[in-house]
Design a protein around this ligand. Structure first.
Ligand code: SF4
Length: 305
């Protein structure tokens, strides 16, 4: 369907993110006809979702979104498998209420929810993680480990914990299998090849590496439908390791660091200073992953093939 020469001959999967308030039959039929995957933003139960997702008149959008989602799943069962739910978790709320919400509605058996933490990267405000969120989230992670060590069936653990197993436990275990020593040449991981694995195109036709970066940031804009890719920008995002080469060479976490180019977003240009602000929490996260890996190996009797 796209006639742009940039995409000719390539297999494209088109994903569209929407708040689903205007979703109707005409739009759904168009999406189904052109195989467009739809991610619907839905942050949890009404009491949570309506706090931040409102109509211009201030009213919450929850009831409309749920009604449109229900309609889409019932009327277009074949297409409905291309619908997913983008759930942004606000850590100041309860964690368990999200799991309860997911099991309360049959619609989520088809439109699968994916939860990710609220991203405060481009905000001046701070979100405080509630004690309740930490306790519930840690306990669910513990249950995920019980499944991993075959003490619980997958169906016995909460939905979001099931996804923890694939997204963190197994991913890190796989990553660790391939590391035995530092290579002669290296840089930290994190940046993808911008525009290759995924490409975010906004309503103006501008290109960004993904939907998580700011559309207001010139350093993240890597081209447009009109002008094609700006390869210099692509290269600078891919090589953000060079921004802090000296620090990275001397950093114990370099082999496990996953600092994304977004961390270096300085608005008009990339910023080494901004990037370094993320180093403490990145090293903290690597340390936690290493502890978890040691724990797994100890429990498995040191046998990890
Ligand atoms: S944590 Fe910071 S200094 Fe260490 S490798 Fe990552 S980006 Fe470089």
């Amino acid at each position: 369907m796209l006639k742009n020469v940039l995409f000719e001959g390539r297999n494209l999967t088109i994903n569209l993110t929407s708040n689903a308030t205007l979703l109707n039959d005409e739009i759904l039929e168009f999406f189904a006809e052109h195989d467009i995957h739809l991610a619907i933003s839905l942050d949890g139960p009404k009491s949570i979702h309506d706090r931040s997702r409102c109509f211009a008149n201030g009213g919450g959008t929850f009831d409309t979104v749920m009604a449109n989602l229900q309609h889409a799943v019932e009327k277009y069962p074949d297409y409905a498998h291309n619908i997913s739910i983008n759930m942004v978790m606000d850590p100041s709320n309860s964690y368990d209420c999200l799991n309860e919400f997911i099991v309360d509605y049959d619609v989520f058996k088809t439109a699968i929810p994916h939860a990710s933490p609220l991203d405060m990267e481009y905000s001046d405000q701070q979100k405080i993680t509630s004690e309740q969120f930490i306790i519930e989230n840690t306990y669910d992670h513990f249950l995920a480990y019980l499944h991993y060590f075959r003490r619980l069936k997958l169906t016995q653990i909460p939905f979001l914990a099931q996804r923890d197993i694939e997204s963190s436990i197994r991913r890190y275990e796989k990553h660790m299998k391939h590391i035995s020593s530092l290579p002669d040449k290296t840089m930290h991981g994190g940046p993808c090849i911008p525009g290759q694995a995924r490409l975010f195109v906004n309503a103006d036709g501008d290109f960004y590496p993904c939907e998580r970066v700011s559309e207001l940031s010139d350093s993240m804009r890597i081209g447009s439908l009109k002008d094609g890719f700006d390869l210099n920008k692509v290269k600078s995002l891919l090589n953000i390791g060079q921004l802090t080469a000296e620090q990275c060479i001397n950093c114990w976490a370099i082999n496990h660091c996953g600092t994304c180019a977004k961390k270096a977003d300085g608005g008009v240009c990339l910023s080494a200073e901004n990037k370094q602000k993320a180093c403490w929490s990145m090293r903290q996260s690597v340390e936690n992953d290493l502890r978890a890996e040691i724990m797994r190996r100890e429990i498995k009797g040191g046998i990890l093939k």
